[in-house]
Design a protein around this ligand. Structure first.
Ligand code: ADP
Ligand code: MG
Length: 145
């Protein structure tokens, strides 16, 4: 069952992500979908806070560095595939990183098969200060019967 939220400020978006982060651990992959400016990176700032990344560590889009690693209670890997080809994505070694920490990917449309997402999160711009954030959890990853 997807959960749909409406946030009314960047701070509310960060607070939502911070809550979600409490439950995350190594191997958890989150895929973010939404237009430029819809709040994806703002959400990642909240994840970082929730994972205990120190306040002074600045969380920005990794468009240039491709992958940013932030030190938290578990490492947070922040990936942006915007400029990459599928071959280049292969070479990033995401699988190995994911086994060590939580991974969040912007522009995951470029991601090939092979990595299993726990959450898919869809961002929609509603107004200058409002966003709709829909969180879908892949329940198949839950505990086996
Ligand atoms: P993306 O990574 O999707 O391109 P960003 O998070 O970088 O988006 O940018 C979102 C912009 O929208 C920021 O400038 C942020 O301050 C602003 N904003 C306004 N309202 C909200 C909100 N409710 N949630 C998230 N961001 C918001
Ligand atoms: Mg971004």
């Amino acid at each position: 069952m997807p959960a749909v939220y409406r946030t009314r400020s960047p701070e509310e978006t960060r607070a939502l992500a911070q809550k979600l982060a409490r439950d995350l651990g190594p191997g958890d992959l989150l895929l973010l979908y939404g237009d430029l400016g819809s709040g994806k990176t703002t959400f990642v700032q909240g994840l970082a806070r929730g994972l205990g990344v120190p306040e002074e560590v600045y969380v920005v889009s990794p468009s240039f560095s491709l992958v940013n690693e932030y030190p938290g209670r578990v490492p947070l890997f922040h990936v942006d595939l915007y400029r990459l080809s599928p071959e280049e994505v292969e070479d990033l070694g995401l699988h190995e990183m994911l086994s060590r920490g939580v991974m969040v990917i912007e522009w995951s449309e470029r991601l090939g098969p092979g990595l299993k997402a726990r959450f898919r999160i869809y961002f929609t711009y509603l107004s200058e200060t409002e966003r709709e954030i829909r969180i879908e959890e892949d329940v198949r990853k839950g505990p086996l019967p």
